[in-house]
Ligand binder design. Structure first.
Ligand code: GCU
Length: 406
């Protein structure tokens, strides 16, 4: 399919009839009847389906071999925060593959709960703080901020509104981030210089056996490895978040790694929270055409063949249970299919019920700017594809609520 010939469907009446795979139907045909059965039988079976058909393998070791502190500022952000920057190496020697971590911690909470997520343009993009080391990695060109695939000074704070660092600190939360390109540059041949190639012998996994989304998600777990070792961090309260393609990666990381206490999907859309069988906005065929390297090879066999897939995205969301999950959409982001994201969350609910928890607690999609939900939170806000201060207000409130602060 040529990308230009693709015409997304935005007409609800043209959504094809479909039946979702039953999230509680086990491989032997029986239905899951208890939380224990979910955890011991169905959860691993579904995880395996996603590995095989969608995102590829998720190698375990090596974990972070060594962390090197690059800088610590105990008076960052006007004296309100501690800023740490580190390199986490996945092997021995200074030329071993690794990733750069930026961590801000509030001075008020010790240890501090932390929001963790990947960023799109290098750690310097999340704040104007001049103390942040400018990423030296390959970056996608953008205006005066990234020239010849290198960050310029103008790149500082270029996505600060998406991170709300000061607000998080004021509310008693830390924030930890890594540039996703440290793990795999986001282009068709990025895998050749990313960890799928540089670590393939250590990870015992060939590059084609997993995917770019897999590599990004793997990095989030390595960030968690570090956070668990930092006594200033409350490792039991690390909330994973991601926007769009990085929301897909956050969901995949949260599905694999139960150490994350909460998972937040912001406008993750196709291959994220949205039900693929709806074929509304972006479709499997379209995402496989634009970004074939994001998914494992087998995912291509579901181009215009959604019903043959043993999974749909409600099953991915269900892998977060019984932890709190937040799914957020934006009204003008029809490409990501807001209704499909809501329905994904709704179809995942029976798994929270097994644990005696209420998921969304409503059946109809709420109006714009009216957040809903219990252990699954959801909102659709005014505006387009972005993470805004409004989105963050909901995530902070949700995190407060689930940590007994509210
Ligand atoms: C494209 C892509 C989406 C993705 C988005 C993003 O629009 O088609 O699947 O989520 O980029 O990452 O911003």
């Amino acid at each position: 399919m040529a990308q230009s010939s693709f015409k997304p469907n935005y007409d609800e009446s043209k959504v094809p009839a479909y039946t979702l795979p039953d999230v509680l139907k086990m491989p032997d045909g029986q239905r899951v009847a208890s939380a224990k059965q979910w955890t011991s039988v169905q959860r691993p079976a579904i995880l395996q389906l996603f590995k095989e058909h969608v995102y590829g393998q998720m190698p375990g070791n090596p974990r972070v071999v060594r962390s090197v502190v690059r800088s610590v500022d105990k008076q960052a952000l006007g004296g309100k925060a501690i800023r740490k920057q580190l390199t986490l190496f996945f092997g021995n020697g200074d030329d071993a593959p690794g990733m750069e971590v930026l961590l801000y911690l509030p001075k008020t909470a010790k240890p501090a709960p932390v929001f963790a997520g990947l960023n799109f343009f290098g750690n310097h993009c999340v704040s104007n703080d001049p103390g942040i080391l400018l990423s030296t990695r390959w970056l996608p060109n953008r205006n005066e901020e990234v020239v010849n695939n290198k960050a310029t000074e103008k790149a500082r704070g270029m996505q600060a509104s998406r991170w709300q660092v000061e607000e998080l600190i004021a509310r008693g939360y830390g924030t930890a981030t890594v540039y996703y390109g440290d793990l795999e540059p986001d282009h068709a041949t990025g895998w050749q210089t990313g960890i799928r190639t540089t670590l393939k012998n250590d990870l015992h996994t060939a590059p084609e056996d997993w995917s770019a989304i897999g590599a990004w998600a793997w990095g989030l777990s390595r960030l968690m490895d570090y956070l668990e070792t930092d006594p200033a961090v409350d490792a039991k309260r690390v909330m994973l978040h991601g926007h769009s393609r990085l929301g897909k990666a956050a969901l995949w990381a949260g599905a694999n790694d139960p150490r994350f206490a909460m998972v937040i999907s912001n406008d993750s859309g196709e291959g994220g929270a949205a039900i693929a069988r709806r074929m509304f906005g972006e479709t499997i065929e379209r995402i496989n055409t634009s970004f074939p390297y994001w998914f494992v090879g087998k995912f291509k066999s579901y181009n215009q063949n959604e019903n043959a897939m043993p999974t749909d995205q409600h099953m991915l969301l269900a892998l977060v249970a019984p932890r709190p999950l937040y799914v957020a959409s934006a009204k003008d982001d029809q490409w990501a299919d807001p209704k499909g994201e809501f329905l994904g969350a709704r179809a995942a609910e029976p798994v929270w019920a097994l644990f005696g928890k209420q998921g969304l607690g409503i059946t109809d999609m709420p109006p714009v700017d009216q957040p809903v939900g219990q252990t699954i939170g959801y909102h659709i806000r005014t505006g387009g594809h972005d993470i805004t201060a409004y989105d963050w207000q909901q995530y902070i409130r949700f995190a407060d609520r689930h940590s007994g602060k509210q």
